[in-house]
Design a protein around this ligand. Structure first.
Ligand SMILES: Cc1cc2nc3c(=O)[nH]c(=O)nc-3n(C[C@H](O)[C@H](O)[C@H](O)COP(=O)(O)OP(=O)(O)OC[C@H]3O[C@@H](n4cnc5c(N)ncnc54)[C@H](O)[C@@H]3O)c2cc1C
Length: 310
């Protein structure tokens, strides 16, 4: 049994959909449990546009692609593990397991599933934002706030944001809030007390030099100088495979996520989920830990349902 496949049955023990922080980590536990695991990944991790990732033990400040490559290198050293670079387009329950269809037209059967396909950010339609996203525009201050500390900073955000704006003062005392919804008077009082400026509406566009933001161009032509921008926007699962399988969803902080138990089991037997798509808060290091939990729980489930012969 090499390369993640049980040659006799043609069925792998586990298929992991999504091969980034959560998926690779889940697969590592399964491989170490001596089960055949296939990771299927289309290569679009959420932080792919960031030039560096932060807060990850032992990897602080490394490019995200380098972090993922290191994880994959460790995983693929196990003969039980295999990577398929493709998009999974469909998955259905079939017999005691699941049948997957890939965009390449290939098919795969697995006894158990780990869904680790992440979330897609739903950015506001603001000219210039896509150019700077991941370099000087982010959503999480723990990820990039330290590097941009003390610089003129903007926050583009919807309702109920005063508390977060005040919190951002931990990183900068030069902060302008561009509100995407009216800010109630009580919140304005909070902002004023914390020294947060409230802009009169949204910018028309962002000015930038390459991927570095330089300012927010307001409707009157006035420019608010910026070196950093936080965006509090929504997100959605990167695909709808959990819904197709009938997994229950729940509300996360940015959008719907897959509901899981503490052991990362979904509401569908045999299906586990981990990472951003199954956690309220996005974070690479937390996604990796979540994946380890899902991988171990999936392995225990396999051990009970499909014990090793003899
Ligand atoms: C700009 C930016 C900067 C960030 N910086 C940091 C940081 O510094 N530190 C930090 O801790 N966090 C950071 N994050 C958050 C971090 O990116 C996520 O928390 C982390 O990537 C989640 O890992 P994951 O494995 O759950 O999902 P992802 O990393 O998003 O990976 C999911 C994978 O599944 C694949 N996939 C999706 N659908 C399918 C399908 N149908 N078939 C096959 N494959 C599929 C995707 O292509 C992707 O490769 C940042 C996020 C952004 C947007």
């Amino acid at each position: 049994m090499r390369n993640g496949m049980d040659r006799e049955s043609g069925v792998v023990d586990a298929a992991v959909i999504g091969g980034s922080f959560a998926g690779v980590s889940a697969a590592l536990q399964l491989a170490r449990g001596r089960r055949q695991v296939v990771v299927i990944d289309e290569g679009q991790p959420r932080n792919r546009l960031a030039s560096a990732g932060h807060g990850f033990l032992g990897m602080d400040g490394r490019p995200p692609a380098e972090m993922r490559a290191a994880g994959l290198r460790d995983l693929l050293a196990y003969p039980e593990a295999r990577l398929i670079e493709a998009r999974v387009t469909d998955v259905v329950a079939e017999g005691p397991g699941f049948a997957l269809t890939l965009a390449t037209g290939a098919a795969l059967r697995a006894r158990r599933l780990v869904l680790a396909y992440g979330m897609r950010d739903l950015l506001p339609d603001l000219p210039g934002l896509a150019d700077i996203w991941g370099e000087t525009a982010f959503s999480c201050p723990y990820c990039h706030g330290y590097e941009l500390a003390g610089r003129p900073t903007g926050l583009l955000a919807g309702p109920g944001i005063a508390e977060f704006a005040v919190f951002l003062r931990e990183w900068t005392d030069d902060l302008t809030l561009f509100p995407m919804a009216p800010v109630p008077e009580a919140e304005q009082v909070q902002l004023r007390a914390a020294g947060v400026r409230l802009a009169d509406g949204l910018p028309l566009r962002l000015s930038h030099e390459g991927r570095r933001v330089t300012g927010a161009v307001m409707p009157g032509g006035q420019v608010v100088p910026l070196a950093a921008l936080y965006v509090k926007a929504g997100a959605e699962p990167a695909c709808d495979l959990a819904q197709r399988l009938g997994c229950a969803m729940e509300a996360g902080m940015q959008g719907p996520i897959i509901a899981t138990s503490m052991m990362k089991a979904t509401t569908v037997p045999g299906v586990f989920a981990a990472g951003d798509v199954a956690r309220p808060v996005p974070s690479a290091v937390m996604a990796a830990a979540d994946g380890a939990m899902a991988g171990a729980a999936c392995h225990r489930d396999l051990a009970q349902a499909f014990p090793r012969a003899g």
